[in-house]
Design a protein around this ligand. Sequence first.
Ligand SMILES: Nc1ncnc2c1ncn2[C@@H]1O[C@H](COP(=O)(O)OP(=O)(O)OP(=O)(O)O)[C@@H](O)[C@H]1O
Ligand SMILES: [K+]
Ligand SMILES: [Mg+2]
Length: 672
Amino acid sequence: MTLSQLVSQVPTAMAKLDPRHMWRNPVMFVVLIGSVLTTVLAVADPDGFTIAIAVWLWLTVIFGNLAEAVAEGRGKAQAASLRATRKDTVARRVGRDGTETEVPGTDLTIGDLVVVEAGEVIPGDGDVVEGIASIDESAITGESAPVIREAGGDRSAVTGGTTVLSDRVVVKITAAPGSTFIDTMIALVEGTSRRKTPNENALTILLSSLTIVFLLAVATLAPMAEYAGAPQRTLVLVALLVCLIPTTIGALLSAIGIAGMDRLVRVNVLAMSGRAVEAAGDVGTLLLDKTGTITYGNRRATAFVPQAGLDPDVLRDTARLSSLADPTPEGRSIVELALTQGAADSTLPRGAQVVEFSATTRMSGLDLADGSQVRKGAASAVLAWLGDTALPPSVESAVERISADGGTPLVVAVRPSQSGAPTSGQVLGVVHLKDVVKPGMVERFAELRRMGIRTVMVTGDNAITAKAIAVEAGVDDVLAEATPEDKMAFIRQEQAGGRLVAMTGDGTNDAPALAAADVGVAMSSGTSAAKEAGNMVDLDSDPTKLIDIVEIGKQLLITRGALTTFSVANDVAKYFAIIPAMFVAAYPSLEALDIMRLHSAESAILSAVIFNALIIVALIPLALRGVKYRVTSAAGLLRRNLLVYGLGGLAAPFVGIKIIDLLLSSLFGSAL
Ligand SMILES: Nc1ncnc2c1ncn2[C@@H]1O[C@H](COP(=O)(O)OP(=O)(O)OP(=O)(O)O)[C@@H](O)[C@H]1O
Ligand SMILES: [K+]
Ligand SMILES: [Mg+2]
């Protein structure tokens, strides 16, 4: 933060003097009332001291607003650049009859189909329903490497404002103009949608109660002082009150929250709720989806392994048949592999019923017109479908080998038509699906472990594959063959144990879990359903981003705690700095307590007011940058912060007020 940044936000800080805005911050609202009151006093009886107090009380309020304005100002620049990407686009809308019409992007409604080709800007948020394309998302991520988006799988979501680099896709619009991802991002970085978090509300109530306590204390001081023969002016009592109420944290509280969100945006994470950012600071368990989260999610068929003695072409052709109507990347890759291995290029047989893949059945295939059925899917699912208890030994060993290697085996089976007596089906072999683990996982998960976070991979895949990938990625635990319900139940169970849970995922089947988690981070590469369910989106689709998210969350909590400690300690110290000076004339015996030896009672009061205002500005950089988070025990951290910010807060006013008092008395000596 530079001085010019501070100065440039002064007009915004002045605009925030609007009582309708100030009202939301009770502590600073009291200072505002004090400023008005002392201004009236200064107008009625304009002596230098009264004017000086009035001026410094106004500065206190403005400095508080300045902290918020500077925090918000950082996001405004980013919002402006995002607005530029939301330029008017022309959409090629596809009608029911397949004809294309050009319409302005703003005319699109949810459910519309649009065609986007290489070189064109995607006119709105949606899911790719046909085709595959490489897309430049740098407009929103700042990342220049193109990403792949394709129909059918968990990499189907596209964002309006991004550009198709190659090929052609058909996109089904999922967001109305005005409530798109970029609109959300703009609102977020500008802070227009910011609401106080429950923690902030609780702290505000605490600070307000403290303010009321000090208000009562100062109000009762007046008659007591009078009785004691040392009557105090209203002006002095107002100044005393402002010094005693927790103005430092009151002024910086919202800036701390905004800065936390801002730091997340800088690491390419969009947090839809401040509450989630706070929860991130206390996360104990992290759940990660495997495919598309820990791995790239580009699960491709690489080999057909037939059952011993079976003609390899039979497996190849049946695997292809079962995948003809499977729009998932896995399904399409099987069709492609079969073609390269010499399969005939035929279309879906007449009268065939498509059995779509679902995360619950873990199978897909066809029911053919003659009553026979073909399926491919997870070994356990296919076995259950066949009503068998064991796979043929050669298939069993292929499944194990593929799994142990971290691959996903898809067992292919057929069941002949059941016209007469029930005939049992036959397992033909296995398709080997391969995916690649993203680099750098092991080190990053080790770091999470040091932070005290347990990482658990949850996957629909079988236990052996899950284990192999878990070892390669270095997660602590795995939950295999998990249905969407299992993922959610696991989260509920962790939460019941008192732990806050973070979940990262990309798929539609992750959506319930993302919604149930305290921190739900959707991969930007994932489906719209996942992004809507989570409360954060990672634009880089990096599951280890949670390390940054947790650090930022912890930093936010620590900064708020540290500055609250500092603020309250500060106020207590001010009490002991000012009170003896105020009463030493009436009670000479107080002289023993008057360790500060301030120039005069007036100088003491004015110095305290000035210190109270300046400390806000002095702490703005810390509020924005955050107190540094180190990986250490929570107790150690608390001790350290109490020491630094508690003792620091107690000592600072004595030093600061003394220096200001010396300056004032040397400048205005006899006048004070
Ligand atoms: N197109 C498909 N057809 C048939 N079976 C499939 C298909 N895709 C996946 N499967 C099987 O279903 C299982 C679960 O699918 P899915 O990939 O949706 O699980 P998931 O819960 O998202 O886990 P993850 O994404 O971590 O692998 C897979 O392990 C695989 O055995
Ligand atoms: K104060
Ligand atoms: Mg998945």
